[in-house]
Structures are given as C-alpha cells and as structure tokens.
Ligand binder design. Structure first.
Ligand SMILES: [Fe+2]
Length: 243
C-alpha cells in the first residue's frame, strides 16, 4: 500500500520532531502493510528552495536509518504545497516540489488550500492549475468547511480529471466528524475510484499516527477489495511513476 501524504521526515515541519519519532512512524506504517510513503513536508513559495534543501537532507538521513534498522519501507520525495495565489509558479521555479520518482512533466503537486477557507475555493484552484498545465492532487478536501455541502462541485471536478487525496483517519469507525463526512467520501470514491489516493497525513506516532488499517476495513466492506487496491496501489503507482 502507498501512503500518499505523510509528515514522517524528522524536524522539518510540524510533523515528526526527531529521528526516533520518524522511525516509530515507519514501524507503524510497515506493521499496517504500507510499502511506500510519499514524504510530504509542508512548503510554500516563500520558503520553497530552503525547504527542498532540508527535505533532501532529511530524506537521505531517514533512508539511511531505515536501511540500518532493516525497516522495509520505500520513501518517495514529495511536498504538501500551500496554494497561494500563484502556486503554479512553484512548479516552474522548482519542479522537484512535485511528488514522485519520474523526472517527467506528469508528476503531480500535492496541494493544500488554507484550512480556514471554504472547499468551494478548490474549483478555482483546479482551473488555475489546468490553465497552467499543472497536474494536482488536492490534499484532504474533507477537512475543509463546506465539504459535504459542496459534494456535487467535487463530483464535477472529478469529471474534469482532478485527483483527490483523502486522509485514512477520516474513514474509520468512531470518526470524530459527523457521519455525513465519511459517507460523502465514499460517494466520491465510488464515482471515480481511479482518481482517488489515500494518505495517513501522520504527524506523530501517538496523536496523528501512520497506517491505514481502520480505513481499509471501512472501505472494503462498503466498496470492495478492488476499489481499495485501486486507491492504495494502482492509482498512486501511476501518478508517482513507480511502474
Ligand atoms: Fe499534511
């Protein structure tokens, strides 16, 4: 399984604060069946080059430690980019802020809109990206205000080709939000299962842990194994150039 969104790199953002925490997140992931993690530290246009340099350093250090500890987990470079007004310029200035191993133009940006914004902004962000020829994966749309209310808008964005990344923690029993959130997520997955990826958005082994287990049970029970494989294996592989 491929975790498309994870703050596992040590001491680079508000995620893991140390190598020990990163290793703990790595062990959690492997225990739950994750084979690949896209490392997605927060970044924005203002601090992009600095953040990319820090990411390279942290990636190399964590890869070396995983090898030393014999933890079978592949790390793929990525970033969770803040969508400011001209986010697409980041791709022109520093294409390595995109996610994946392929050097081609097709690699996507994992984009987050500011958390205090309404999800209806997503349409605007997506059209801008399309105009500039930038492929985007929209990070955790279910975390924004108006998610359930704007389900039809998100369905029509799926029809236009957007890829949505949901957080595994939004799809499990005992989920904190109202029940309508996971139901709306299921509806969107069922509409376009090949345009959905899943992330743990893990930040801390205890408070925001890694792994997909609860979501796996929830999704397979309602949509079947094939859909689960599509969103955690087939689609992310293709997007990341892992084939
Ligand atoms: Fe995140």
């Amino acid at each position: 399984m491929i975790d498309f969104h994870c703050h596992i790199l040590p001491a680079i953002d508000d995620g893991s604060q140390s190598m020990e925490q990163s290793l703990e997140l790595a062990r959690q992931s492997v225990e739950e069946g994750t084979t690949h993690i896209v490392t997605t530290p927060h970044g924005g246009r203002d601090d992009l080059l600095k953040q990319l340099a820090k990411r390279e350093e942290a990636l190399a250090a964590l890869r070396a430690k995983l090898a030393e500890e014999k933890i079978p987990l592949q790390l793929i470079s990525g970033m969770e980019l803040r969508a400011d007004g001209e986010f697409w310029k980041a791709v022109q200035e520093a294409p390595e802020c995109r996610c994946g191993v392929d050097k081609g133009e097709e690699r996507p940006l994992l984009l987050e809109i500011p958390l205090n914004m309404d999800i209806s902004l997503a349409a605007d962000v997506y059209f801008k990206a399309q105009l500039k020829g930038v492929k985007i994966v929209l990070a955790h749309p279910e975390r924004y205000e108006g998610f359930v209310r704007n389900a039809d808008m998100l369905l029509s964005l799926l029809d236009r080709g957007i890829v949505l990344q949901f957080n595994a923690s939004s799809l499990q029993r005992g989920f904190l939000f109202f029940n309508s959130v996971p139901k709306t997520i299921l509806k969107l997955i069922a509409h376009a299962p090949d345009q959905i990826v899943l992330g743990s958005d893990a930040h801390h082994p205890e408070y925001r842990p890694a792994g997909f287990t609860s979501a796996q049970e929830y999704v397979i029970k309602r949509l079947g194994e094939e859909v689960w494989r599509q969103m955690t294996e087939t689609t992310p592989r293709k997007l990341l150039g892992l084939e």
